[in-house]
Design a protein around this ligand. Sequence first.
Ligand SMILES: [Zn+2]
Length: 287
Amino acid sequence: MRRAAALAPILAALALPATAGAEPLLYGCNFDRETLSFAGTPVEQAACLLRKVGPLGVKHDQPLPPLFRRLLAAPGAPGPGARARAMAALPQPYRAYAEAHAADPAARTAAGLPLAYFVIHDTSTPLLGAAPFPRWLDRDALVNDFTPYIVPQPVAHIFLSRWGQIWAGHDLAEPWRATKLESRVVGPASRGRFVHIETIQPRRFIAGTHSEESTEGPRPGFSKAQYRMLAALYVYFSGRAGHWLIPAQHATVDDGIPQAHDDPQNFSVERFAREVGKLVSADQPRP
Ligand SMILES: [Zn+2]
C-alpha cells in the first residue's frame, strides 16, 4: 500500500515532465495514455507486471507461469464451472454478496474501455518498527484487523486478511484508483481500468535501519488463505469483466514513478497461479 522507495532520486530521472501530453509513458511497463494499456500483448504485459518485486521495490524478471500464458494468449473468459468454484471458495458474508452481483457488469473507464488489470498489493501495515513479527501472524487480531482500512474512502476495492476474510471497500462496478500511475500521472481517465486488492501484510524495519523507507515484510509474505482468496477473486472478477484480467502488482504498475511503493513483498506468482489453476483446470483443456 504505502512505502516510499529509497531509489527515488534515481527514478526521478526517468519521470516524464507534466507536459508529456499524449505521448507514451516511459515507466516500467510503458503505459499508453491513449489506449490505457501497457505495451505488448496481454502475455507480454503480464510478464512485465508480474516481475518479482524485491526489497525496496527492486524488480527482477521471472518466468510467467504457463497457466497465465495460456489464459491470456487468446481472448477468453472463465467458464461457468470456474466461476461457480470461485464463488464457492469465497468466505461469507462476501460470498453471498458476490453471488448476488455475479451478473453485474464490472467497471469501465469514462471513455468506455473495460476493466483490464487485477492489481495485487500488500497493505504494508501495521508497521511494527524494530519489533519482531508476531509468532502466529495469520491469526493475530491486531495485524488482521480491518478497522484501519474502513475510512470514508477505502483505498482499494478489496481487503484480504491473512486468514482469508474479505472486506469490500468498493464494488467492482465502481471505477477506483490505488496507484500513482492512476492518481498522479494519468488521472481520472484511467479509473475503471484497474481493480485493486489489498492483502494484509505487516512490515518492520530492515535490521539496522529505523526508517519507514526501508522496511521488510514477513517470509513467506502471503498466507495460504490469501493465495486461495486471490485466486477466487481473480476468477470471479474476470467472470464479471467478461474476459481474463491481466494480473499485476502495485510496484510494477508504478515502476519508475518517483516515491513509488514497493508492494507486494514476498509474493509468489507460482503459488498464485497454482491456486487459479485449481479453479480453472476442469474448464481449460491443456494443449
Ligand atoms: Zn499498494
